[in-house]
Design a binder for this molecule. Structure first.
Ligand SMILES: NC(=O)c1ccc[n+]([C@@H]2O[C@H](COP(=O)([O-])OP(=O)(O)OC[C@H]3O[C@@H](n4cnc5c(N)ncnc54)[C@H](O)[C@@H]3O)[C@@H](O)[C@H]2O)c1
Length: 382
């Protein structure tokens, strides 16, 4: 088998820059593909820091201007791990240079930006993918398999939460390194685009399209010191958001996210209730899937906690022996592996930019609904 190189140019060296670099370094050792990752270049704005990052993670070279990186002839795929306000510009430039584009979520700050990004990659005809990595948690992939096998029957309810507590302090500033998520200009929105986008992506994947939503949002701390301007400025993001949803399959959804739930760090949970069975998942215990089947014998019927580690479970034949669990970072390894195997077959791998645009449109309807306090249809013009 001859292997083809896939030369990566990664932009952004923060949380996701590290998660993706780790995945690129691991994938060839655990998964098979005709393509082999080469870490060709990494980009961040500070010379010393990006040089150190390149050395630590094994990139051949570094850049301090992403525009130079996307023009380089020795890069096949550009990976965008920067804050949301730069996704559009980088993705459009990368596609115009004929690069494959992998982009962190949310695809963009708004659906209008997202639409431009979808057009750019599709006009250029380049493979593209968005890092909604939770789909590739083995327990979540198993949930999808159980739903595809119609074990749940008709679905009645989809319930998701993503709870954190890190922005409660009133003296926490907004803007700049580490705190761009509190700055609406950089992030686009607050918990809706940052956290609910994950819940929405998983929900669309497991339970199909959402038709309409009714939402409320709140900004609990109205103004914060801005690290970039040096002034106290109004806070433009939603600190918390809850919304109701009607899915196309007739089921009802409730979604909630906040960064003000004291005691919760990254509590992403979902539960799906069907006619015959229910499933539930919890990021804090990500290697388990809870399953209840009403068709079981009534004397032994109950919620099962499935330890998703056996080799016949999604992705698990590539890792250790049954009983030994894997974690958060592996979801990114799985996403790279699927992308490479998609290239082998000449097939697109979900979620593409177009798939992620559906999440963008749900987020948009949610934010509009919260603004005018009425139900909003989700745009279907993807
Ligand atoms: N898939 C997930 O679960 C997940 C988790 C966290 C973040 N994200 C997404 O990943 C993206 C990055 O988030 P993060 O948590 O890694 O942020 P971060 O603040 O940790 O890192 C951002 C990086 O981008 C760099 N950067 C900013 N502007 C740049 C520019 N113009 N040129 C080059 N580098 C630039 C910063 O220096 C920093 O290295 C966001 O879109 C975020 O929503 C996704």
């Amino acid at each position: 088998m001859t292997t083809k190189p896939l030369r990566i140019g990664l932009i952004g060296t923060g949380f996701m820059g590290r998660a993706h670099s780790n995945a690129y370094r691991r994938v060839d050792q655990f998964f098979d593909s005709d393509h082999r990752i080469e870490l060709r270049a990494v980009c961040a704005r500070t010379e010393d820091a990006v040089r150190e990052f390149a050395g630590r993670w094994g990139f051949d070279s570094h850049e301090t201007d992403w525009r130079r990186l996307v023009e380089r002839d020795d890069i096949d795929a550009v990976d965008i791990c920067t804050p949301n306000d730069s996704h559009l510009e980088i993705a459009v430039a990368a596609a115009a240079n004929g690069k494959m584009v992998l982009c962190e979520k949310p695809l963009a700050r708004t659906a209008a930006e997202g639409a431009q990004m979808v057009a750019a990659v599709e006009q250029a005809g380049v493979p593209n993918m968005v890092w909604y990595n939770y789909r590739r948690t083995p327990a979540v992939t198993l949930a999808r398999q159980l739903i595809d096998e119609e074990r749940l029957g008709r679905i009645y309810h989809y319930r998701a939460q993503f709870l954190q507590d890190w922005t409660i302090a009133e003296d926490l500033p907004q803007g700049g390194a580490g705190l761009w998520r509190l700055d609406a200009a950089a992030a686009g929105s607050g918990v809706t685009g940052d956290l609910l986008a994950h819940c929405i992506d998983t929900a669309l994947w497991l339970n199909g399209s959402i038709q309409e939503v009714s939402a409320m949002t709140e900004t609990f701390v109205k103004q914060r010191h801005h690290n970039l301007t040096g002034k106290v400025e109004p806070v433009g993001i939603d600190d918390a958001c809850a919304f109701l949803a009607r899915f196309q399959n007739g089921s009802l959804g409730t979604f909630e996210s906040t960064r003000y739930a004291r005691g919760h760090k990254a509590l992403y949970t979902f539960e799906i209730n069907g006619e015959h069975a229910s499933i539930a998942w919890d990021l804090h215990d990500l290697h388990r899937l809870q399953y209840f089947d009403h068709r079981d014998d009534s004397r032994t019927r109950g919620w099962r906690s499935i330890h998703v580690t056996d080799s016949d479970m999604p992705y698990m034949d590539k890792w250790w022996v049954p009983g030994l669990q894997i974690g958060y970072e592996h979801t990114f390894v799985h996403q790279v592996a699927d992308f490479l195997q998609g290239l082998d077959r000449g097939e697109t791998v979900a979620p593409t930019f177009r798939d992620a645009q559906e999440t963008q449109q749900v987020c948009e309807a949610v934010l509009e609904s919260a603004k005018d306090r009425s139900w909003h249809a989700v745009a279907q013009d993807r």
